[in-house]
Design a protein around this ligand. Sequence first.
Ligand SMILES: N[C@@H](CCC(=O)N[C@@H](CS)C(=O)NCC(=O)O)C(=O)O
Length: 263
Amino acid sequence: MLVLYHGANSVCSIKVRIVLAEKALEWEGRHIDLPKGEQFHPDFLKVNPRAIVPVLDHDGMLIRESSVISEYLDGLSTHNRLLPADPVAQARTRIWGLNTLEYHDSVNTLTFSSYQRQMLLAKSPEELQARWDAMPDKIRVRKTLDLMENGAQSDYVPVALSRLQRMCAEMEESLADHDWLMGADYGLADALVTAYFFRLDCIGLDRLWESRFPRVTGWYRRVCERPSLAAATAPWLDEDAIETIRAVGRQTFIEDADFPEYL
Ligand SMILES: N[C@@H](CCC(=O)N[C@@H](CS)C(=O)NCC(=O)O)C(=O)O
């Protein structure tokens, strides 16, 4: 049996849920409420001492890291094979998977400087202290504290924006000759990066690619038309929740603010 420990609005969980939907695999969810801090509960720490989701439990065998889980799931059935057969395309797909570590860090920066910041600001000093004490990664604590204090003015924000511009520029190049990242067919590389775009879209930052990167804009439109994105998001995130997140994002990242030029 496939059991996924996941968060409703966690980008890495959305990534894995997209692959589960693309592969039409049966799975059971164990929802971990991240804003409530359920990732720090001793029962979950037995599943992942790093206190992060997603974690896949396949018949008692635990697998962590969303891109690794995604490729693992793809290998479980021949239905809608997502990893290309060609070894070079496989290597390139895995590079997209590695890149997502950087995308995750950048998207996490922007999320915690906007709506997650509001969630943290609403907590009492005691609750916050308990959270910092529970977080195993103290570098992440430092970054979160900085984002909480400075919001969009944090030094982390322009770095994140310029890295994400680079992501868009690299994708624009990869999409020069075909509709999907690895060729004519939708594949694992597309599935691995989609959730980061979904989150940026939710926090009102679709202008990172809209009117700047036309091929990426078309790619995201096509991704949104696939039933897998709705299947991976709608049951956990309704339109009202997304609108609230977007409103905070729009307040945080002022519409006409210049993006740092990476290119
Ligand atoms: N590189 C990991 C990142 C996992 C990660 O950071 N997950 C976030 C949610 S997207 C989390 O569980 N955060 C817990 C917290 O913020 O305390 C992956 O791709 O699986």
